[in-house]
Structure formats: C-alpha cells, structure tokens
Design a binder for this molecule. Structure first.
Ligand SMILES: C[S@@+](CC[C@H](N)C(=O)[O-])C[C@H]1O[C@@H](n2cnc3c(N)ncnc32)[C@H](O)[C@@H]1O
Length: 433
C-alpha cells in the first residue's frame, strides 16, 4: 500500500471512531457501513484493526494527548481527535512502520478537510514516536457507575477484568463435526496457512483457537460451513445444555444463530425452534443455518409472550441466551463501555426475569433450561438465578463442572480472558417431574 493510498483508510477509520465515540453510534453498524467502501480486503482488515485498537486504548491516548497539547480540543474537533487516535494506534499496539503510518495519517487530515491541522497531527505523532505512550489505569476506560459494580462484584479480581477487557481477543473457530474435527482442521490450517498460529483447547469438543490476525474469508472451508467463528465460551453452551438426540429444543433468543447452528451441527435430528423478536436479526439466523447446512424453524416472536407463538407442545430443552449487558465481551465490543447506561441494567434484569418466568412452564417435567449470558454482573447472573429458584417451586439447579468457570451461586462464571475466552455465565435448571 502506498503512503497516499493509505490515507483514505485512516480517514475512514477516523470517521468511524468519531461516529462511535462522539455520536453514540455502534461500532458494528459503522463498520458495516464503512468497510464496503474499501475494495482491498487488507484495507478493510487494517481499518477494523485500527478502530478496535483505538477504542480499547482511547483512555491512554487521551491521557497522552492531554499532556502534549497546550489546549484541549474543542467540541467541533471530534474528527481530528479520532484521527489522532488512529495515528497513535498504528504507532502503538499495531506497530506499523512509523514513516508510512505518519504520512498516511497526516495526509488523512487533508482528506478530512483539515489541512490547517495536518502540521499539528504530524507534530503530535512524532512526539508519540519519540516518547512512547505511557500506561493508563485500565479501569478508567469503564464508566464510573459500571466500574463500581464490577469492583463490588469481583473485589480484587476487578483489576484483572479491566485489564483483560482491553486486550485483543483470539479468534475462536467452531469446526462442524459433520465435516471435520479440530485436530484434522488444525492440520489443514498448518498446510494452507503456515504462518497462522493455531491450537486446540481441552475444554472444547469442536474448537480451534487462532492467535494470528487472519481474514475469516481466507480460512479453509469457511464458505462451505466447515468452520464458523464463535468464541470458546459461546461454544460451551452446547456442552452445558446437551439436549438428548432428536430432542424438541427451543432457542428463545436465537439471533444471529451461532448457538442454534452449533446445536444442529452436533445433532441434525434436533427439532429446533429458533425465536427472536428482532426480525432483521432473525434473518441472520436463517443465513447462518443455511451456511452450515442446518435446518430449523425460525419465528419472529417475543419469547416472553408464549401465547402469541407457542403451539402448546412442551420442550425437552430450552436455551435462554438472554439479552444482557455484554460486560463479558468488552474486548470484542469495546464500544459497550461508551454506550451502556446505568438504567439499561435494571431494564435488562427485568427482561431476563420475565423471559425465565414465561418460558419455564413450556418445559416438559424433567426437561432442562440453560440460562446463559455474556455478562459478568452478578445481578444478571447468579442473583438472577437465585431469585428465580426462590420463586419457582419446580426448578432445581443442575451442577456444571469446572470446565465452565468458577462456581457462581447455582451456576458457573468465566471471567474475560480466562482460558482465552469471553466472560460468560451458565446456569442449568431442571424442571421436576
Ligand atoms: C445474546 S443475543 C443471542 C445470541 C444467539 N443466541 C447466538 O448464539 O447467536 C440475545 C438476543 O435476544 C433477542 N431478544 C431480546 N429480547 C427478546 C424477547 N423478548 N424475545 C425474543 N428475543 C429477544 C435479541 O434480539 C438478541 O438477538
């Protein structure tokens, strides 16, 4: 990539970051809009890498800039501030060749119609190159109200949670057992992409971990559904639920369909009904299932109002992968820290309780419900399940083993980064019969 050719990538990354941080937009949504504007897949990968790094390290970068700039940037300088993060991310974690990174970023200031500020961008990035960027307290990336909740829930482990949440996550693949095994796939990877560092996990029946950045579309067999991208913690949901062969299963909050696809890859004879209240997201479930060659009935519905969709036939197993704060996956969705509001948590907890109560009577006696979240907040997890067990006479917890993390009330909790995986909570509940 020539230096000037690299400038549009930097300008685009700055626009994405400006929209996410200063205008409350979602990173996923902005990238989905921005990336197709780039023809070269390497440019797309670089834009993504810059945006993720900048969002994770934003507090550090702001701290350095505050020290180096005589005056703080004004409210109208959001795009410039974002461009400075773009420059710093390249010099810092991404360790791009400094000369190219600098000139492309300075040129991007011109593309953003800020030629008068190009000199300042140049001077600040050169200073960063000379002096380096000091460490910052990783907890400062969290809004104060959320930081307090994490500290209250996790005490001295909170520091590790904050630190892990700023680290780049590995890429986890799920190998479709109808096509291959993790061991065989690892061999194929070694032959086709010898530079990619990959390994198996003793905790996962179908998982492969990749520690080298690689475009998903370049993975052997991806288009054919041989592998899918899914964090190890999310893969463990199938192990925690373990429906019987051919069981009648409800996936109550199914979109975009990763866990439904996994369950069906393991047992194509499952009679699975996949619900989601978001019609647009539910279409993604169908796409996911089609890609891996799995079949399920999908329906747009509020899982909390069974009278609107249930045919009256009880389920052997229910997966409630509940809407949650997503505080366990900040390393993959760093914009969570910018967009989550304190009032969201109470609303989420009320929704989770409503879903649990509404779905429970749909289980056969002896049937099981797996409650899962990608949250690390105890009110959404162990507290939620303790309250449910207290008010539900015919519900008992079924113990999960240490593969699923540490004991957390009646369930198990993995904290972000443990076993290389996302933060996740699992509780397996049996209806007495
Ligand atoms: C954590 S995500 C599910 C991820 C999914 N299980 C997977 O593995 O791909 C939660 C989903 O719940 C859906 N949702 C939230 N409230 C719902 C409700 N009342 N009924 C059905 N779906 C709901 C959201 O639209 C969202 O897609």
């Amino acid at each position: 990539m020539s230096q000037v050719a690299g400038a549009p990538v930097r300008a685009l990354a700055a626009r994405v970051l400006d929209a996410v941080v200063h205008r409350g937009r979602s990173l996923k949504g902005e990238l989905a809009h921005a990336l197709p504007q780039l023809v070269d897949v390497r440019d797309r990968a670089l834009t993504e890498a810059i945006c993720f790094t900048a969002l994770r390290q934003r507090t550090r970068y702001d701290q350095a800039l505050a020290q180096w700039m005589p005056r703080p940037l004004g409210a109208r300088d959001g795009e410039l501030r974002a461009l400075l993060w773009v420059g710093l991310a390249q010099l810092d974690e991404l360790a791009l060749p400094p000369h190219a990174a600098l000139s492309a970023t300075v040129e991007a200031a011109r593309l953003l119609r800020r030629p008068h500020q190009a000199g300042m961008v140049n001077a600040l990035l050169r200073r960063a190159q000379r002096e380096g960027i000091a460490a910052a307290d990783p907890s400062l990336a969290w809004p104060a109200w959320l930081r307090t909740q994490v500290e209250r829930d996790w005490g001295e482990r909170a520091g590790t949670i904050f630190e892990q949440s700023l680290r780049a996550a590995p890429l986890w693949l799920r190998v479709n057992p109808e096509h291959s095994t993790p061991a065989v796939y690892l061999q194929v990877l070694g032959e086709e992409l010898p530079d990619v560092q990959a390994s198996l996990s003793p905790l996962l029946a179908n998982g492969v971990r990749i520690d080298t950045p690689v475009a998903v579309s370049a993975l052997p067999g991806f288009d054919l559904g041989v592998v899918s991208v899914q964090d190890g913690s999310a893969q463990q949901v199938a192990d925690a639920l373990q429906p019987a062969i051919g069981a009648r299963v409800l996936d109550a909050c199914a979109a975009p369909g990763g866990k439904a696809a996994h369950l069906l890859e393991r047992d194509p004879t499952l009679q699975l009904l996949a619900l989601d209240m978001d019609a647009r997201r539910l279409r993604r479930v169908q796409e996911t299932l089609t890609r891996v060659g799995a079949h399920a009935r999908t329906q747009v519905a509020d899982a909390g109002a069974p009278s609107t969709w249930w045919d009256g036939q009880a389920f052997d197993a229910i997966l409630l992968d509940a809407p949650c704060s997503a505080t366990g996956v900040v390393r993959r969705q760093p914009d969570i820290l910018m967009h989550r509001r304190e009032s969201d948590i109470d609303a989420l907890i009320a929704t989770q309780a409503r879903l649990l109560d509404a779905l429970w009577p749909l289980l056969k006696p002896g049937g099981e419900l797996l409650y899962a979240t990608c949250s690390i907040l105890q009110r959404e997890n162990q507290q939620q399940i303790d309250d449910f067990l207290t008010r539900t006479d015919d519900a008992q917890a079924v113990a999960l083993d240490e593969r699923f993390g540490q004991v957390a009330g009646a369930g198990r909790q993995r904290l972000p980064g443990e076993d290389g995986m996302d933060g996740f909570f699992y509780a397996r509940l049996r209806r007495s019969g």
